[in-house]
Design a protein around this ligand. Structure first.
Ligand code: FAD
Ligand code: SF4
Length: 492
């Protein structure tokens, strides 16, 4: 046996699918990675050394059985690998695309130190895409139970709970105020990270499993929450986190200052993606985001100087979108340093490759305006101070103020939980920041203080990650089945 057969990682280097060159990819909104060429996924999977203690699985919030499915991909058993992937993850092609793998599974891969991690995310994505292309679909073994569960919110948390219930013969009916499923997967994350056709394919898969979607239906407006409580055996709330973190900057209402999410959604509409029929009216924009600009979110930024304030994934999506909208310059301003940015390292690299400039250790103080609108942003330098509380805190350096020139400023400070109004009426407890409380006082995991109501995803965690919303949905389905006395069909 050759050394190559024993240690393929010595011969085969880590490789992602072909990346579209920067000058081409910034011309449109298509995903920036192509497919693995024939055999490449198998070769990449063969790099796994099956180290015996799969740190990658522990690094994955879903504890995916990564070494096992890598072996199947290596042996060309694509449909079997897809089946195994779906046992722990109902949205593998989506997580494979947008998980920050460097902080999760791949960051914990044994090969990461010295040899570069296995390309776990890209293999997960390619395998599921390929299996679905070949006609593979999840198999349902359970008989219908006659039980019905209402799911509020068709984001990743809601989709995961619906998947888990369908596998156990429980009818899931998913309500969403938007006209398409996906939540932020469709109405937030730009198409160059996640092609919207991928979400539509997943919708067909779920509908094929018997999941029903009732879209363009807002619970609390089109259908009363009390109806769900009366007519269904249980209810899952996965309504996300949409309260805009308000930096309260002077002049932030000026023309040319935009909140991040309406900017991304409006641009997705312009880019031809599926968008909500009634996305951000002046009223809903004010209610959800607290800013009056929400309805007019997309000015012409061709040739303009754009400054994005914030350092998370949303900010990265805004800067890369602004580049594709042909801004003259795009600068990301963040109050900590690069090492302390919350955004994925990978996204920061892509943004930099695409021409975004980063200005670290700058805290915005004020939007500077004149009679025509925005003229710049007044910022002050910061130094990071470790006060022993965990994350280093930015401290203002007196006398270091400057004005950055700008024609458009995008506010991407993040989101907080936005509990629906009806939570209070139905005694669904929230914490001081608005997050729904689950699993307290001996209740089941993901069960709220209302015995019939379960919750998960950003509504419970605050703004977080897709993979953790999926985890919550999967675990909530288990709890709902336990409450309804239905045997589980799929879960490990
Ligand atoms: P959501 O995806 O927000 O879905 C909630 C759904 O509930 C929405 O469709 C909403 O319309 C619906 N809803 C709310 N109230 C009602 C009601 N009363 N009636 C009916 N429907 C209702 N995470 C990553 O892992 N990787 C990334 O690259 C990444 N990028 C991001 C980029 C942006 C711009 C943003 C904003 C977030 C990003 N995230 C990313 C975070 C990720 O999108 C969220 O953590 C995830 O979508 C949360 O899932 P959820 O199901 O809890 O909520
Ligand atoms: Fe990695 Fe995300 Fe897939 Fe888990 S779900 S294996 S963290 S890409």
């Amino acid at each position: 046996m050759s050394k190559k057969d024993t240690f393929p990682f010595l011969e085969i280097h880590r490789a992602l699918p072909r990346e579209v060159p920067v000058p081409i990819r910034v011309l449109d909104y298509k995903e920036i990675h192509g497919d693995f060429a024939n055999g490449d996924a198998g070769d990449q999977a063969a790099r796994c050394i099956d180290c015996g203690n799969p740190y990658c699985s522990w690094g994955c919030p879903l504890h995916n059985r990564i070494p096992q499915w890598l072996k199947l991909v290596r042996d060309g058993r694509i449909e079997d690998a897809a089946t195994l992937m779906h046992e722990t993850n109902p949205l593998p092609e989506i997580c494979g695309r947008i998980c920050p793998q460097d902080r999760l599974c791949e960051g914990d891969c044994t090969l990461e130190t010295g040899f570069d991690a296995v390309t776990i995310g890209a293999i997960e994505r390619w395998t599921t895409d390929e299996a679905l292309r070949r006609g593979w679909r999840p198999k349902l073994n359970a008989q219908p139970t006659g039980k019905r569960v209402a799911v509020v919110g068709a984001g990743p948390a809601g989709l995961a709970v619906a998947d888990g219930l369908a596998h156990a013969g429980v009818q899931a009916e998913v309500f969403d105020r938007y006209e398409e499923i996906g939540g932020l997967l469709t109405f937030g994350i730009p198409p160059f990270k996640l092609d919207k056709a991928i979400v539509r394919t997943r919708r067909e898969v779920l509908e094929g499993m018997g999941v029903r979607f009732r879209l363009n239906t807002e619970i609390g407006r089109d259908v009363a929450f009390s109806t769900l409580i009366k007519e269904y055996d249980a209810v899952f709330v996965g309504t996300g986190a949409y309260t805009f973190v308000d930096g309260k900057l002077p002049n932030q209402e000026a023309p040319g200052v935009l909140p991040a999410l309406p900017f991304l959604i409006a641009n997705a509409r312009r880019a031809g993606a599926q968008v909500p029929r009634r996305p951000w009216t002046a009223e809903s924009g004010r209610r959800i985001l607290g800013l009056s600009q929400a309805a007019n979110a997309l000015p012409d930024i061709v040739g303009k100087r754009v400054v994005v304030l914030g350092g998370g994934d949303t900010a990265m999506d805004c800067v890369r979108t602004a580049i594709r909208m042909d801004a003259d310059s795009v600068t990301c301003v963040y109050r900590r340093d690069e090492a302390n940015m919350p955004g994925s390292r990978r996204e920061v690299k892509y943004a930099r490759d695409e021409g975004v400039q980063f200005l670290f250790n700058r805290q915005p103080l004020e939007i500077v305006t004149d009679a025509n609108g925005v003229r710049g942003v007044r910022v002050v330098e910061t130094a990071l101070v470790n006060d022993g509380s965990g994350r280093a805190k930015p401290q203002v350096i007196a006398g270091s103020e400057q004005v950055l020139d700008a024609d458009v400023v995008i506010l991407a400070f993040g989101f907080r939980a936005s509990p629906p109004d009806w939570c209070e009426e139905f005694g669904i407890a929230r914490d001081a920041s608005g997050k729904l409380i689950v699993g307290a006082n001996g209740s089941l995991p993901l069960q709220t203080s209302h015995p019939k109501v379960f919750a998960g995803g950003d509504a419970v965690r605050g703004a977080d990650l897709v993979v953790r919303a999926v985890y919550d949905g999967r675990e909530a389905a288990k709890s709902i089945l336990q409450k309804l006395g239905v045997a589980r069909a799929l879960f490990a």
